[in-house]
Design a protein around this ligand. Structure first.
Ligand code: TPP
Ligand code: MG
Length: 558
């Protein structure tokens, strides 16, 4: 029996379960994985040069399609390159099936070439680890099903299959063996336990409360949250990554300026009597800091697993799917808050947003929030805005208002890294959707190699790179007060790169834009290939813009 008697049915079983994309990187040891992937008609094979980028690409594709994506590599440091994306996938709850080729276990620790200890290489970041000897592997259908199931839930996660391959690495006679399909069980039916909703309904009845919807990829959340908010007559602070700001659901009770309102002391003045939190921790630090500090306000966090409360002040942890719990709350016949409660929030939201927009309008284009605002406004129905950590996600929080167009906003915020950003956005674009990536310059520089893949595979994507020549966020942090030379060298980290020229050098058409209309036009429709649009801004000027917006918002909220 060759290794292919295991890998051919394994790949077939994964395809049968629903895997549609695989990211593949070059190497010799991984050949028994690659050839069956290439031969499997249900799976599209994406070729990458760099494993780190390949894994982030797979993550973006998995997040966009909400389906496990396969990523495979050869042995040694190649496997180690997957780690950052595996960590992000674990924290960001993205289903990834990572398959690493290995040498036979007997060679471990002997100094054999390209042989490292790949056993549990990703530690606790992988929700499941299986180590299989391809010459005596066990049932490929069961292995595929275990990987698929563990990648999907109870919450999505990365899983790791390590496969030891002995030589020969090519199939016997150069052709893949004809192998019977491996049996896989019927797809499972998700079960949502919403029994806890009854208890929660008692707690919130008659209270003037607030729903805080943090980052989430659950497509059922917007309508369920809207229904609960309507039944309770509660406002919903909608994180830009919650999916609640844009789409056809009822958006009447959505508050998009939670960050500015929290920063302006509005939460102190209105004093909510109960908070229900769903999704990950909100992007807005003023908002989650307020929640952390106000222990007198009862807080319920709804999450199926784990401990989704880094502030460690949750009063009630509801172990269930948020969408199911919110639906149950909507149907529980709860005594709602008085209508004036939600109305006061909507009025404050409108006032603060108007004041912020008016203030932003007094600055010459391009400022960083104005770039985010222009992109957000210009995106058509069905587009995805893939937004980078650091200031871009904060500027989207600040400027992305409620809209009926179904625009998905997504980010790698599980572990808040700036790495792998272009790769992930590219992976999302590989799913076929119109993706606009809003990036900081350092996140582009960190992942320049992804532009090689963009050009090689000619994936349509528009990358808007806000080039403030370094890490703009550090100007807002206490580190801004260190010695200016030390600040620039170790926090500001200017590089002086012309990103449009760099992109062109890597094969990606690009241009510099300094004009609002040209930027709007660049993101309004999908391009026919990859392109990078660079907008040059200034880090110090950006601080003044944000300060002016916050001051105007604070004045408008009183
Ligand atoms: C992998 C990784 N390295 C370092 C950091 C720390 N970090 C956070 S923001 C930031 C600067 C990002 O700069 P840029 O992408 O240009 O965005 P800007 O701050 O200018 O908006 C850095 C280095 C991180 N989050 N992730
Ligand atoms: Mg920057």
């Amino acid at each position: 029996m060759s290794s292919y008697h295991f890998t051919v049915p394994l790949v077939g079983a994964l395809a049968k379960l629903g895997v549609r994309h695989a990211c593949v990187t070059p190497g010799s040891r991984s050949t028994p994985l690659v050839l069956p992937i290439v031969a499997e008609p249900r799976i599209t094979d994406w070729s990458h040069l760099d494993e780190r980028s390949a894994a982030f690409f797979a993550l973006g594709l998995a997040k966009a399609t909400r389906t496990p994506v396969l990523v495979a590599c050869t042995s040694g440091t190649a496997a180690a390159e997957f780690l950052p994306a595996v960590v992000e996938a674990r924290h960001g709850r993205v289903p990834l099936i990572v398959v690493t080729a290995d040498r036979p276990a007997a060679l471990r620790g002997t100094g054999a070439p390209q042989t490292i200890d790949q056993h549990e290489l990703y530690g606790g970041a992988a929700a499941l680890f299986l180590d299989v000897d391809a010459s005596a592997p066990g049932d490929p259908g069961i292995i595929a099903t275990r990987l698929w199931e563990a990648a999907l839930g109870p919450v999505p996660a990365p899983v790791h299959l390590n496969v030891q391959f002995d030589e020969p690495l090519m199939p016997p006679g150069g052709v893949l063996p004809e192998v019977a399909d491996a049996a896989v069980p019927e797809p499972r039916i998700p079960v949502h336990d919403s029994a806890d909703a009854t208890r929660l309904a008692e707690l919130v009845s008659g209270r003037r409360g607030l729903i805080v919807a943090g980052p989430s990829d659950d497509p059922l959340l917007p309508a369920a949250t809207a229904a609960a908010a309507e039944a309770l007559r509660w406002p919903v602070i909608a994180d830009p990554l919650s999916g609640l700001r844009a789409g056809p659901h009822d958006r009447r009770r959505m508050i998009c300026s939670g960050d500015l309102l929290a920063g302006a002391g509005w939460l102190d003045r209105t004093a909510p009597e109960f908070v229900i939190r769903v999704g990950a921790l909100p992007t807005s630090k003023p908002l989650w800091s307020w929640l952390a500090e106000h222990r007198e306000v009862p807080l319920a966090v709804v999450d199926p697993v784990g401990w989704a409360d880094p502030t460690r002040r949750v009063g009630c942890a509801v172990r269930a799917e948020p969408a199911a719990v919110l639906r149950a709350l909507a149907d529980a016949g709860i005594e709602p808050a008085g209508e004036s409660w939600a109305e006061s929030w909507s009025a404050a939201d409108a006032a603060v947003r108007d004041a912020a927009a008016a203030t932003l309008g007094t600055f010459d284009f391009p400022t960083e929030p104005a770039v985010a605002a222009t992109v957000g406004r210009a995106l058509p129905d069905g587009a995805t805005l893939w937004v980078a950590s650091s200031m871009p996600v904060r500027d989207v929080d600040l400027t992305f208002g409620c809209m009926s167009r179904a625009v998905r906003v997504a980010a790698n915020r599980g572990a808040n890294g700036i790495d792998g950003f272009v790769s992930s956005a590219l992976g999302a674009a590989a799913s076929g959707s119109h993706v606009v990536a809003l990036a900081g310059d350092l996140s582009v520089v960190h992942d320049l190699g992804a532009l090689v893949t963009a050009a090689r595979s000619w994936i349509p994507i528009t990358i808007v790179a806000i080039n403030n020549d370094g890490g703009g966020i550090f100007h807002f942090l206490p580190q801004a007060n260190v010695d200016p030379a030390v600040f620039e060298r170790h926090f500001g980290t200017p590089h002086g790169l012309d990103l449009a020229a760099a992109a062109r050098g890597l094969g990606v058409p690009s241009e510099r834009i300094a004009d609002r209309e040209a930027l709007a036009e660049a993101v309004a429709s999908p391009p026919d290939g990859p392109r990078l649009v660079e907008v040059v801004t200034d880090r110090a000027a950006n601080v003044a813009v944000h300060r002016a917006i916050r001051e105007a918002a604070a004045a408008a909220s009183t």
